[in-house]
Each structure stands twice: as C-alpha cells, then as structure tokens.
Design a protein around this ligand. Sequence first.
Ligand code: CTP
Length: 404
Amino acid sequence: MELDKRHIVLGVTGGIAAYKAAELVRELQRAGATVQVVMTRAATHFVTPVTFQALSSRPVFVDQWDERVANNMAHIELSRAADAILIAPASADFIGKLANGLADDLLGTLCVARECPLLVAPAMNRQMWTNPAVQRNAAQLRADGVTLFGPDSGDQACGETGPGRMLEPAAIVEELVAFFAPPLLAGRRVVITAGPTYEPIDPVRGITNRSSGKMGFALARACRHAGAEVQLVAGPTALDTPAGVTRIDVQTAREMCAAVLAACAGHCDLFIAVAAVADWQVTNASARKIKKDEVGTTPELAFAENPDILQTVAALPGAPYCVGFAAESEDLARNGESKRRRKGVPLLVANIGHETFGRDDNELLLIDEQGIKPIGRASKDELARVLVAEIAGRLGKPAAGDTP
Ligand code: CTP
C-alpha cells in the first residue's frame, strides 16, 4: 500500500471539520499508515478523544502534562517516530500559532520541536481564510517550508460558499501519497488515453468493448504522484478522476484522436496509450433509432478504419516518448515486438493473459529495444508505480532548454 510503514501524527484542531478527521484516520489506515492522534483542547468540543482512540487503536493526547508519556516528554516522544505531522483540520488560530512558533499546548509544542515534515490542511470559513492576517500566516508557513494541502472551495458549514473548506479526507491522503512519492516525473507533461471508445450505430446503440479504464486511470494517478502535469483523455467509464489530473471525456476514436492531438500540442514529454480504441467506426450510423419494422430485414453495417492514435502521435515532429499497451492472445513476446515496431514506439507494455479487463490486478511484459522484462502480478496501482519508475528511467533527465 502507498503509505505502508508511514507513521503519521495527526493533529486535530478546533473546527467543525474535526468530524472529517475521523474519516481521515480510516483513510490513512486504509492506505497503510499508522496514525497517532493529538488534539487541541478546542478540538475536543467538536469530537471526543474516545472517537479517535477507537479508530486509531492508540491513546489520544491533548494535554502537554499527560503522565502517560515518560518524563513529561510527550512533545518529543510523540513525533520522534513520525514520518510527518499532519494538521487536519488546521484552524485559523492554529495556523497563526504555527506561523509564530508558539508552543503553549501539546500540539503546538510538537510542531515546534519536530524533525519531520509539517503538513497543514486549513479549514475555516471564507471570510477567515481571505482575511489578510490569515493569508499572511499561511504565506509565512509556506516560506518556512511547511506544505499546505488545500483549502478547497465550496459549501461551508456556515451556509456560505467559497474558499477555506478542508479538502476531503480522500484528497488529503492523495496529497500525502504524492508528498512521499519520489518526484520521478517532476515538471513533465504527460498525456494518457484510457478506457474503451464508443462507436455509435444509432442514437441508442453502439459498439464498445469491456475495457474498464482502471489501468489508464491508475497510471494517470501514479504520474501525478510522481510530479507530472497529467491530461487524461478518457472514453466512457464510471471511474472517478484522480486528484490533480485534468480529464477530457470523449466517446469515439476520432474524438479521442482529436483530443489527444490538442493535448499534445504545445509541449508533451510522454504519451501513454492505454485506451482500448475501436479499430473501426460505423459509416452508415443512423441519426434516428433504427426500428425493426422500418428496416424490414437484418440491418447491414458498413465500417471504415479509425485513426491509429498511438501511431499518429509517434509520427509527430518532435514526438513525445510514446508508450503503447497491447493485449495479445498468443505469442506475446513476438507479436508484442512486431506491434512495437509497427507503431514506431520505444516501449510497449503487453498484458499477460487477455482476461485483464475490469480486474484490479494484472501481470505485464515490457518490450523495448533492449528486450523483454516481465513484471509480476500486482494490483494495477502497484503496477502503475513500477511502470512510472521504468518509464522515468528510460526518459532520462530533461534536456537543457526543455520546459520547465
Ligand atoms: N491504439 C491507438 N489507436 C488505435 C488502436 C490502438 O492508439 N486506433 C493503441 C492502443 O491504445 C494501444 C496500442 O495502440 O496502446 C495497441 O492496441 P491494440 O488494440 O493491441 O493494437 P491494434 O493496433 O488495434 O492491433 P490488433 O488489434 O490488430 O492487435
């Protein structure tokens, strides 16, 4: 899991978003982290320590003079083993405290005495967040090397709408995973295709395939975690957009091709074609629903070949580094290598076994000029991380003059 072996001190301060910190503990644990909760006195007015104790299976600390920690050294002991202190929610008051290095309670003292990174997820209403004093304090934290997660914009507990709302727990975990991930693609611009395409026959019928989009979405997420700016061109899928990724929804192969070319225009370092693109489009698609009694006999469909998106991008002047995917039912290595050459791409990723659609795991074969490298069965998220490392190694360092 992405936060395996990470120990996080979660600081909960006084604000209505404190109730979301309970869900955050769960999400952090789901990602593999262990969580030690420390609360401010104000936070206990919103949620009791018992809630966090039950969720984290650890004692919760509020008081600087808590006798459960030997030598009254809670401020040192609690953060000693931590990989990060995460303050969520961080109130305006606590952000002010942090900006000034105040240590008048346990959580403040922990932050001042820490050796690990400090991550802060602000949570307050719009007026408070836009207040010049709060903005000044937030800017001071950034200048001090503290990382701010959010805040988000949207509906607020006070009934208003605007910036200041705490990021949702899942989004905070995404930020944390990205924070710890090696920045292998920092500054790179990446375009990825994912999912199936849909070729209409009439307004209610069409031809598609069983691609779920999971591998492409996992790659988009892993590239984002690795520091890339990611544009994800997606066929019809029910998947959520990974945080921080720009998604462009399309239906047909032609729409996908146009969206990819637009996304690659300007500058693109890496193109990964994961989509299962329909090879043919229906040229006699009907603008109206085809009715049985109007057609009379079995309808005939006529087809024309779709553009090959991967091949088109690989042939562009100044083409990005191109990675193709392939599902082959037999002689994977030989067919994969000939497909790689035919498409004119440096790297082809072959799915081992053709029943991979919709599954959460997979097994891959990397085929490039050097030969063949297997990657053993793992979750698509794990495979995506391995692939990002493999691709980053092949991309090398950005050449001088590359953007940025
Ligand atoms: N691809 C593409 N545009 C197409 C067809 C395929 O960009 N019109 C890309 C896929 O996203 C994938 C790679 O090409 O990265 C290989 O796709 P695959 O369907 O295995 O290959 P095809 O070229 O369709 O060959 P075939 O189906 O005959 O094996």
